[in-house]
Design a binder for this molecule. Sequence first.
Ligand code: 1YM
Length: 653
Amino acid sequence: MSSEYNASSITVLEGLDAVRMRPGMYIGSTGSRGLHHMLWEILDNAIDEAMGGYADRVTVTVHPDGSVTVTDNGRGMPVDMHPTLKIPGVEVIYTKLHAGGKFGGGSYTYSGGLHGVGASVVNALSEWVKVQVFIDGVEYLIEFESKYSPSKKKVLSGVPKAPLRAVGASQEKGSWVTFKPDAKVFDHLNWNRDTIDRRLRELAYLNKGLTIVFTDERLREGSDYHAEYRYDGGIVDYVSYLNADKTVLHPQPIYIEGTREGIWVRAAIQYTDSYTENIFSYVNNIPTTEGGTHETGLKSAITRAMNDYARRSGILKEKDKALSGEDFREGITVVLLLMMQNIQFEGQTKTKLGNSEARRVVEGVVGDALTAFMEDKKNAELTGAIMDKAVKAARVREAARRASDLAREKNSLEAAPLVGKLSACTGRDPALNELFIVEGDSAGGSAKQGRDRRFQAILPLRGKPLNAEKKRLDAVLANEEFRTVITALGCSIDENFSLENLKYHKVIILSDADQDGAHIRAILLTFFFRYMRELVAAGHIYIGQPPLYQVRTAKGVRYCYDDAELAQVTAKLGRGYTLQRYKGLGEMNPEQLWETTMNPNGRKLVQVTIDDAAEADRLITVLMGDKVENRRQYIAKYADFDRKDNFAAQGVE
Ligand code: 1YM
């Protein structure tokens, strides 16, 4: 961060028209995701300023008209003239595509920039942008707008309304940016408070000591939503937060920090008494949901350092086999954060780190730190507890393997017969095929008769599957209901999971609209999340929405999917209708079930996505874990919990 900025260090590539022509290429979509990317771009610049050590406070304010203000209290964007363009630095940043010290290297050593497209793209796709810069007691202002030019017969985007000017004296310092995304570009301007809130909290955890303030002014006057995040413990606080509803083996997470080959590594690790492993990794503040080289390095480090220790200390005798990585990761929660240049993303959703040097560096930093930690007499008790847990995990795993030959079983499940359970479809294209997992035999029967057998397969669940949250893999595999699901899907589970072998690209959970149905749905989601997370991440899991009511009149029938719709429909009809409330799927005959719930033309499906794996994990722990009191409180707080769960629900059909 030592290199001096001046306007000449900004490299200039091209103008803004290209962005208007193809917004999707620059921000991914013009839907909700693209809209929020606009905010992340501006926010990135503010966070970068804080990461450089120049700012300690960032604010985000959503206004009622759909505009958003982002501020930081840093150095302020450059206002001096660019030597060749002869316009102020701030104007270059907002009007020239790819302008920014970010791309020249040098000043922005660790710039995240998920999309790297920057402020100019936001300007190009906004109706207007207002930039205020506060430097040395002076406030500077420049405003941009996009508007139709009759002479050029096109929209000119992001044009300065007037040259940058000093508007007066001010005690502030830093940069303030207000922008209103163009309603002609975006499908809507509905900012999602939860999405913003979660991202800001996450950023506060990742940037120790930074204060992030969020205000949503869209509520009634005088009742703005207000949140303030600041974590002086950084990712250590983050891990404690993630484990708040679990029973931990040690109160204080293990903290590791180090820099090698220009890559900065931080990790916080804490063991719980659960059986699942949870690793949340980030590179330059960007979540790497699909993992990648840094996670591989982390895992190798843990396995190697802990096995070495087990040997040295005599826990493992000469004749003993080394413990497996899984054994050392049972019950672990890790937050791993890297800062590095030239990040390469791979994978289905481009959230998998590909840089090979990251693996080497993380393995080195974490391995050395863990070894030192375990050798330290102060940590003898915890080290012993970790070793005990791993040895126990290995023993259980070994016993299970011997009893049922687990490893082979995981693979052979695909071939196991499903006679009498699955009603397969005739089509052979997984991309078109749908699997309905249906609660109960009677509903299963209706679904089987009502379906379009060319692409719809039916799998009725007889009993309640067990709660995967409280069980190890061997118990999950021993469960009849889960075995059928795994066999039907064909993609195996856990370490053996392979998305390519998935036989149905839509997996639709269909359960009754009652407590039991909600429970079965939660159990299935927990299972998918714990053992087939990629399936959820790739958007293959859906929740079917059967109607709650049938309203019959002389003219025909209407189905209503919730109470609000029912109220609307009956209000319109006045009198002269009969109302039937469906208590379960089983009450519908095959034709009705097809018409209301299965027919792709007209049915409602809710797609289950993981926007935020860390938050989803915390929620599953609360809802499916052991701490009954926390669950009670949570449910009391969010009465419609199964809609608010952190699998973001998106209506798609
Ligand atoms: C609310 C958004 O953009 N803050 C911000 C941006 C910059 C600077 C400071 C900055 C950076 C540097 C030097 C440097 C940017 N500068 C550039 C560019 N907040 C917000 N605060 N002086 C000021 O990197 O050396 C791009 S962003 F291009 F000038 F380097």
